[in-house]
Design a protein around this ligand. Structure first.
Ligand code: FPP
Length: 242
C-alpha cells in the first residue's frame, strides 16, 4: 500500500507499533502447543516487518515479550528464547541487506546472557542501516522504563522538561508512534510505550497475530489515514463547525 495525500500532507504513518497478541489462543484453537503459536507468530512478524518498511514506515516497534511475560512457565519461555536465538542468528543478514537497523528495548538483565550477546551483535551489525529502524521490545515494561528514567534524572539532580525526559527513555531519538495496532481482540496497552503513545492512534483487531496478514495491516493503516489527529487542539475544519 502506498502513502496517500489527505489534507495536503503525505500521511503514511512514520512510526507503527504492534502488540503481537493472540499466539497462544491461535495455537489452542488448533489443539497445538503454545510454542507452535509463537512459531506461527514469528513467521507473520517476518512478513509484516518486510511489508511495513516497503510500504513506507520508517520505524516499526514490535512487542515481543513483556517484563510480566517472564513469569510464564519455563517451558513456554524456553520455546520463546529458542525463537529469539533463531531470529537473531538467522535474520540479521537479511536486515543488513535491506538496510534496516535493529534496536532492542527492554531489561537485558532479565534475559539469558547468550541472547543478550546475540542482540548486541545484531544491533552492532545493522547500525549503518538507513532504510528504517526495527525496534523489538523484549523483557520490556513501560512503567519500569519510566521509573528508570525518573531515577536517572533524580541521580543527575536536575528537573527535566518533556523533551529531556523523553531522551532518558530507551526510545531516545525515536519519534512517538503514529499508529499502534493490537491484535488478539484485547483492547489495552499492557504496559507498552505508555509515555510515547500519549497521542498515538490506537487500532484493535479481533484477529490473532498469526492470522493478521499484510492486507489486515493495510486496513489498519487505511483506518489511521481517515482519522483526524488534533493533539487536543482544533483543526481548521472543527473551528469552522464550532
Ligand atoms: C503474545 O501472545 C505474544 C508473545 C508473548 C510472544 C510474541 C512473539 C513472537 C511473535 C515471535 C518471536 C519474536 C521474536 C522477536 C523473534 P500470547 O501468547 O499472550 O497469546 P494469548 O493471549 O492468546 O495467550
Amino acid at each position: 500500500m502506498k502513502g496517500r495525500k489527505a489534507r495536503g500532507q503525505i500521511l503514511y504513518p512514520r512510526h507503527i507499533a504492534v502488540i503481537m497478541d493472540g499466539n497462544g489462543r491461535w495455537a489452542k484453537k488448533r489443539l497445538l502447543p503454545r510454542g507452535a503459536g509463537h512459531r506461527a507468530g514469528l513467521k507473520r512478524m517476518l512478513e509484516l516487518t518486510e511489508h511495513a518498511f516497503l510500504s513506507g514506515a520508517r520505524y516499526l516497534t514490535l512487542y515481543a515479550l513483556s517484563a510480566e511475560n517472564l513469569q510464564r512457565p519455563k517451558e513456554e519461555l524456553d520455546g520463546l528464547y529458542a525463537l529469539f536465538r533463531d531470529y537473531f542468528s538467522g535474520n540479521v543478514s537479511t536486515l543488513i541487506k535491506k538496510g534496516i537497523r535493529l534496536k532492542v528495548i527492554g531489561d537485558m538483565s532479565l534475559l539469558p546472557p547468550d541472547i543478550v550477546e546475540l542482540i548486541a551483535n545484531g544491533e552492532r551489525e545493522t547500525a549503518a542501516g538507513k532504510g528504517g529502524l526495527l525496534i523489538l521490545a523484549i523483557a520490556y515494561g513501560a512503567r519500569q522504563e519510566i521509573v528508570a528514567a525518573v531515577n536517572r534524572a533524580v541521580s543527575a539532580g536536575r528537573a527535566v522538561d518533556e523533551a529531556q525526559f523523553s531522551s532518558l527513555l530507551k526510545t531516545d531519538g525515536v519519534p512517538d508512534p503514529d499508529l499502534l495496532i493490537r491484535t488478539g481482540k484485547e483492547q489495552r496497552l499492557s504496559n507498552f510505550l505508555l509515555w510515547q503513545s500519549a497521542y498515538t492512534e490506537l487500532y484493535f483487531s479481533d484477529k490473532m497475530f498469526p492470522d493478521f496478514t499484510s492486507a489486515d495491516f493495510d486496513r489498519a493503516v487505511s483506518d489511521f489515514l481517515e482519522r483526524d489527529r488534533r493533539y487536543g487542539k482544533l483543526t481548521p475544519e472543527s473551528e469552522v463547525i464550532i
